[in-house]
Design a protein around this ligand. Structure first.
Ligand code: ADP
Length: 464
């Protein structure tokens, strides 16, 4: 093949920790690329650092989270050790355009979109604007940040209650407030701004219609540096707690096919409109009339990318790496000559086992894991690395222990495999949500694929 413009990586640094760092090391290993881990002093004994060929301590004077946000130290380590490219994983610096710029300035490839694309799609207001330009439907609302309370009031009256206030830079379900009537508005506005300032360092809030009980459907896309774009079908991520995903599956088979087709073509149109490249996810809400609305784009790998890999057979992380090396989707390396080459096969479900204690308002538990035995066998994939016998669960990071991913020809079969695996799991020493996940999977609404984003909130028997 034509290798002009291809930069083969010899060594890649992963600017992340835990399960996603391990997931990326594995992809790199399979591609014959050397791996470099970086870790905070708190993560000195964490499993992920031992899974890389080389591992270096980040700045020990920074806090446990700030160490992973320290661009200068990460770039310094990368340069000192002749790293060709950096994969940011999810969270931490993955959506930070300054980090992408700092990599490029140092001659290091950032495995992801460019800083400019991140700016265009990274915050919710600008991505909504881009969607409107590409004639992709968005939730009725005001397409700019609201400057003061008067503006919010006017906008809410115009849109009609219930409305939702959202932090433009929000993530992880934070910085959001549902407002049912005018007398709740002022307090909600104050709280949303405050939460956004504290969590995301800015106060940009916008307002849109609140959809009652929608489905959350998202589309995985891959785009190379040569203008080729494909989608890897959809995921249903409606099972959420406080707007955070708990169980995800692919494909989104209970949404009518014509609606799904519309979502796929909207996604491709939007990705082409912004000239986006690498992997990304476009998130939509589908209301009770089956109208889809684009809500945001995540310009990075997502926690739930696994289920799309299982049903399409495409390794998304490897694709990201090869796209960043310069390969086209239709090259022999990536091997996706056209959309028609992406086949959907079967069903896959991911449950996220966390240390959250359902009996204690899902407060994350910490401490030492005394016993860890995992499920395995036919139709199962476990992506983990934070949990093993003797592991210390730290309070500073994500409460995710392991992702249990099942695969089967039918949705019911995938549920059976997930349930069997969850029942096989033994984790002692820290509290987990395993029983809660079993209750979700056993629930008729879930089994019929009929969960809406308010399912957990409205189903108290899941806690039993
Ligand atoms: P984040 O970036 O914090 O994950 P999203 O914009 O992706 O935020 O929204 C997360 C979830 O919040 C959605 O899946 C949905 O459950 C809920 N949500 C967001 N916007 C609306 C809306 N306008 N109406 C109803 N629910 C919404």
């Amino acid at each position: 093949m034509n290798t002009k413009g291809i930069r083969k990586f010899k060594k890649v640094l992963v600017a992340n920790r835990g399960e996603i760092a391990i997931r990326i090391f594995r992809a790199l290993n399979e591609l014959g690329i050397g791996t470099v881990a970086v870790f905070s002093k708190e993560d000195k004994y964490a499993m992920f650092r031992t899974k890389a060929d080389e591992a270096y301590l980040l700045n020990p004077d920074k806090g446990p989270v700030d160490a992973y946000l320290d661009i200068d130290t990460i770039i310094r380590i990368a340069k000192e050790h002749q790293v060709d490219a950096i994969h940011p994983g999810y969270g931490f610096l993955s959506e930070n355009p300054y980090f992408a710029e700092a990599c490029e300035k140092s001659g290091i490839v950032f495995i992801g979109p460019t800083a400019g694309m991140m700016r265009a799609m990274g915050d919710k207001i600008s991505s909504k604007k881009m969607a409107m330009e590409a004639e992709v439907p968005t939730i009725p609302g005001i397409d700019k940040a609201v400057e003061n309370y008067e503006e919010v009031e006017k906008a809410a009256d115009f849109i009609g209650y219930p409305v939702m206030l959202k932090a433009s830079n929000g993530g992880g379900g934070r910085g959001m407030r549902i407002v049912n009537s005018a007398d709740e508005l002022e307090k909600a506005y104050r709280e949303a701004r405050e939460e956004s300032r504290k969590a995301f360092g800015d106060e940009q809030i916008f307002i849109e219609k609140y959809l009652r009980s929608p489905k959350h459907i998202e589309v995985q896309i891959l785009a190379d540096n040569h203008g080729n774009v494909v989608h890897l079908y959809d995921r249903d991520c409606s099972v959420q707690r406080r707007h955070q995903k708990v169980v995800e599956y692919a494909p989104a088979f209970t949404v009518p096919d014509e609606v799904r087709e519309e979502i796929f073509s909207s996604s491709i149109r939007l990705v082409k409109h912004v000239g986006y490249r690498n992997a990304g996810t476009l998130e939509f809400l589908v209301d009770d009339q089956n109208h889809p609305y684009f809500i945001e784009m995540n310009p990075r790998i997502q926690v739930e990318h696994t289920v799309s890999e299982m049903v399409t057979g495409i390794d998304i992380v490897q694709s990201q790496i090869m796209i960043a090396e310069g390969y086209a989707l239709d090259s022999g390396e990536i091997g996706i000559p056209s959309q028609d080459a992406v086949h959907l096969n079967g069903y896959s479900i991911q449950t996220r086992i966390t240390t959250e204690d359902p009996a204690n308002n899902f407060l994350p538990d910490t401490g030492r894991i005394n016993v860890y035995r995992s499920g395995s066998g036919n139709g199962l994939r476990l992506d983990g690395g934070n949990a093993y016998t003797g592991a210390e669960v730290l309070p500073y990071y994500d409460s995710l222990l392991v992702k249990v991913i099942s695969y089967d020809r039918t949705f019911k079969g995938a549920i059976r495999k997930s349930l069997r695996a969850l029942k096989e799991m033994r984790i002692r020493g820290v509290k987990t949500n395993i029983q809660f996940l079993i209750n979700v999977l056993n629930h008729e609404t879930f089994q019929e694929g009929k969960c809406y984003t308010t399912f957990i909130e409205e189903t108290p028997e899941l806690y039993e």
